[in-house]
Structures are given as C-alpha cells and as structure tokens.
Ligand binder design. Structure first.
Ligand SMILES: O=P(O)(O)OC[C@H]1O[C@H](O[C@H]2O[C@H](CO)[C@@H](O)[C@H](O)[C@H]2O)[C@H](O)[C@@H](O)[C@@H]1O
Ligand SMILES: O=c1ccn([C@@H]2O[C@H](COP(=O)(O)OP(=O)(O)O)[C@@H](O)[C@H]2O)c(=O)[nH]1
Length: 473
C-alpha cells in the first residue's frame, strides 16, 4: 500500500494521553488516514525562527508521524499574514474590498512554497500519495514537480472558489491557477465552488471540462470534483459522553435559568458574519419585546489571525456592538448577548451545543462550516434544537432542513429566530432526523476515503527516474 503524505500550513499534533493537543475534526480525520496509510503530516510548526534552517522536527505519537519546520518572521508576515490571509482569504470569500495586493506578499508566498517543497522532497518516496491542503499551498504541487516528483498528487481547497469575475482581480491570477494543473486531483467543498473553478478554466485558460469532471488544459488532464468535508460523527458523539461535555451542558443550562440559549461558535473572522448576526438578533429583540428576557445569545468567538489589521477592526466593531446591544436592552438580571472571546475544547463545545435550543450560524461566505454539522450531531434525538444556517455556507447545500437565511438580512435573521422559538417539537424532530442522516453518512471518514480513492485511481503510480550519477571530470 502506498504511504500518504499530507501537507498543510498547520499541523495538529496527535492527541496526547492526557487529552491535550489541538484536535479539530480535520486533525482527527487526517490522523486516522495517516495511521491507515503509514504516512506523515508535514507543515509549519506555527513557530518563528531568526533564520530559516530547513530543520525538520519529526515527532511520532499514536501511530502518526508529524514533520514540522519553523519559518522566519518575514515569511510569516508575507506568506501567512500577507498573501494567504490579506490577499487570497478575502478574495476567495468574495471580499475584494478587503483584498490587498502587495508584491512582497506574492514573493513571500512563492518563497515559503519553495521552502516547503525543498524541505519535504527528501522525505517523499516514489510510490507515496501526496495530499496538499488549502489556499496557503496552491503552487506547492508545481514546486514538487519541478523537483522531479512524479507521485500522484491531490489538492483540496477548504474555502470557496470565487466567481471568475472576482478571481481576475488578482494580479497574476492565471499564473497561480496554472500551477494547479500540476495536481492529478483537485477537490472543492461544494459543486458551487467547483463550477466557478471550471468556469475560470474554460474562460481564462481556454481549457475544456468533460462531463465526468476531467479538465483538459494543453497537455494536462486533471480530475476536479466536490468532496464536502464532514465531522467525525463517531468521535463527536463519543465526546458528548465525556465528563467535560456533561459539565459544560450543566453549566450552560444552570446559568440560563430557564431562558432559551441561542448559540454561535465561530473564529473571530469577518467572513463569519458576526456583525450582521448581532444586528439581526437586535432586530429580533426590537420586534418582539416580550421575548426580551426569555432568551439570550451566547456567541463564542475565539480571536483569530490577530496580526492582520482587518481582524483587529472586526474585533473592535464587535466589542462595541455587543456592548451597545447590552447597554440598550439589558436589565439587572439579564444580558441579551454573552460575547466570549475564548476558545473551548471540543468536549466542552459538545455540551454547549446540546444545551442550546437554537444555533445561529450565519457566515457571509464559508467553505463548509463544521460548527453547523457539530451542532446537529450533538442534539438530543428526543428534543433536538433548531439550526438557523446561512445559505452561503457550504454546509447549506447538505443541510437543507435547517432554517436557511440570507445572512445580510436582519429581518430574515429575526424572523428565523421567531420561527425557531415557535417550531413544534414534531417539526424539530423531522428536520433534525433528515440533517443528522447527512451528517452521519457524509462524515469526515467518507470525505477522506472519497478523496484518497480518487487520488489512487487518478493514474498508475509512476516511479521516479533515479538521479543520474554525476559524471567524473
Ligand atoms: O489556521 P488558521 O489561520 O487559524 O485558520 C483556521 C482554519 O480556517 C479555515 O477553515 C476552513 O476549513 C474548514 C474545514 O474544511 C471549513 O469548514 C471552513 O469553512 C473553512 O473556513 C482554513 O481554510 C483552514 O486552513 C484553517 O486551518
Ligand atoms: O472554541 C472553539 C471554537 C471552534 N472550535 C472548532 O473549530 C472548528 C471550526 O471549523 P469551521 O469549519 O466551523 O470554521 P473555520 O474556523 O475552520 O473557518 C470546529 O471544528 C469547532 O469545533 C473549537 O474547537 N473551539
């Protein structure tokens, strides 16, 4: 069996015996894939160093090998804070007003992709399957090919792919997209982002797309498809049984004191639509004063990408807006918004989700949104809560039985909250059953199987030519 090499910007260390260690659903899924395929996970350690040395920190725990490198301050500034999060992230989330185009970001991005390629190449064996993740590493496949790798290589984009009319606002967009043709398989979260990509290929690169999803540009043929990511349903429902989940459930229910909880859980990111959500909730309070003391919004929003100015701005706006809403509506024994800027462990989140009668998840644009799926997975089958979900989250294409809203409309948000409050139990159960089936079936295990299978089938493995011995002079 071939080994699997996963390459992503961040690498999550495998869970330690005491349960610590970053454990997103993605980390759990990739760790399981790496155990199955005896592979390794390569990426940035998250640490900065004075001078890039290319030193690889190899760790092995619980059957997973991780290999990480440190990056220089300038690398992090230009590649991660710069091109990835000030150029590509806003553009790919349809926010060209926030996208910054700075030559130094572009060259930092290329440099770090080269550094990744240079460092990981010696770790790769000829039959390995290579799976590159996300917008930080779009050109990595080409960089690896330039170093002689003939392995089967796939790329998965976790965020949206923008419409061509927006994509062309990126300087050198064509050069960037052409690098993607080095992969054998390209995966997107939804059919919508896949369509936008195919449209770009036809319109800007003069390529063609077969009905089976094979893209042809010049002499390159690449398989492109939608592989919606899911949650680790089994792991998540087990997390619900933990002491931490029980405690957080009790903690929230006790502090709610009979009031209903509306929960939101999002990184503090402008793409998550938090300002618009707060304003929609405010509209609800205004329109329905008799409900004012009967519910509250618990918004968990751990800070994210704090070195990027737009993220500081959104944080200031939300501090101000939550304060304003609380000032306007709060009473001595009730505050309408509990706005929390810290992150919680998955087990704790599981308990909070279970305790909340309504989830309000309204990103303006989101590749998938795993929180929506986690909320569904965490519900009590006898008395499930209601999911209010933005129609612009990738998850909305699968969770059609959520109350789907336009996140830009305060009135739609307010009306959906009212509908959720009034929803009869039978309807809640019916909607939840339909959603939980999707969350269970199309879980993260199914996602990685589908992607890796496509990669295995992409073409037969090609052995790398041995490097010729240097001629004696
Ligand atoms: O690593 P950070 O800069 O702190 O950001 C965290 C992750 O954010 C993005 O997540 C995306 O992937 C999710 C899983 O597929 C998806 O549900 C969500 O809609 C996306 O926004 C980013 O794409 C990741 O690379 C980051 O690690
Ligand atoms: O305090 C928190 C907030 C979020 N998350 C996790 O972070 C992930 C967020 O993924 P999502 O796809 O919703 O959005 P992203 O942040 O990747 O854009 C989910 O698995 C959450 O459970 C967490 O572990 N603790």
């Amino acid at each position: 069996m071939s080994r699997l090499i996963v390459i992503s910007n961040r690498v999550s260390p495998p869970k330690t015996e005491d349960g610590s260690g970053a454990q997103g659903g993605l980390a759990v899924a990739l760790a399981a894939a790496l155990r199955e395929y005896r592979g390794l996970w390569f990426g940035w350690s998250g640490r900065k160093t004075d001078k890039f040395t290319g030193h690889i920190d190899m760790q092995r725990a619980h059957g997973v090998t991780t290999a990480t490198i440190d990056l220089e301050e300038q690398d992090v500034e230009e590649y991660y804070n710069g091109y990835a999060n000030r150029t590509l992230w806003p553009l790919f989330h349809y926010r060209i007003d926030l996208a910054e185009y700075d030559r130094s970001f572009g060259s930092g991005y290329e440099r770090v992709n080269e550094r990744f390629a240079e460092t990981v190449t010696p770790l790769i064996e000829p039959d390995d399957l290579i799976w590159v993740h996300d917008y930080h590493l779009i050109p990595l496949g080409q960089q690896l090919r330039e170093r002689g790798l003939k392995n089967r290589m796939g790329f998965f984009l976790h965020i949206p792919w923008p419409p061509s009319r927006l994509m062309v606002s990126l300087p050198y967009h064509e050069k960037l997209v052409r690098t993607m043709l080095a992969y054998d398989v390209i995966g997107f979260q939804t059919e919508e982002w896949l369509e936008s990509f195919c449209h770009y290929v036809e319109r800007e690169l003069g390529g063609t797309v077969d009905p089976d999803g094979v893209i042809h540009v010049g002499d390159r043929s690449v398989h492109a498809a939608a592989y919606p990511i899911g949650v680790d349903f089994k792991e998540f429902t087990e997390a619900l049984e933990s002491d931490a989940a029980r405690e957080s459930f009790e903690r929230l229910r006790t502090s709610a004191a009979g009031r209903r909880t509306i929960i939101g859980v999002d990184r503090l990111d402008y793409s998550k639509g938090l300002e618009e959500r707060f304003l929609g909730y405010r509209r609800f309070l205004e329109k329905h004063p008799r409900y004012q003391r009967k519910l509250f919004l618990l918004q968990i929003a751990p800070p994210s990408r704090g070195e990027v100015a737009t993220y500081e701005v959104i944080r200031e706006h939300l501090d101000e807006l939550s304060g304003r809403i609380n000032g306007e509506f709060a009473d001595v024994d009730w505050v309408p918004v509990r706005y929390v800027n810290q992150g919680y462990r998955r087990e704790e989140l599981a308990g909070f989700y279970r305790a909340a009668e309504i989830a309000l998840i309204t990103p303006l644009r989101d590749g998938m949104n795993l929180v929506a799926k986690e909320y569904v997975a965490a519900q009590d089958p006898e008395d499930p809560g209601v999911l209010i979900l933005s129609r612009f989250a990738g998850a909305a294409l699968q969770l059609k039985d959520a109350l789907l809203v336009n996140p830009y409309s305060k009135d739609e948000i307010a009306d959906a909250i009212m509908r959720a409050i009034r929803m009869p139990k039978e309807e809640r159960i019916r909607r939840w059953k339909a959603m939980v089936e999707v969350v269970r079936q199309e879980d993260v295990v199914a996602w990685r199987h589908a992607f890796v299978e496509a990669l295995e089938k992409a073409r037969p493995p090609v052995r790398r030519e041995p490097t010729p011995e240097p001629e004696a002079c």
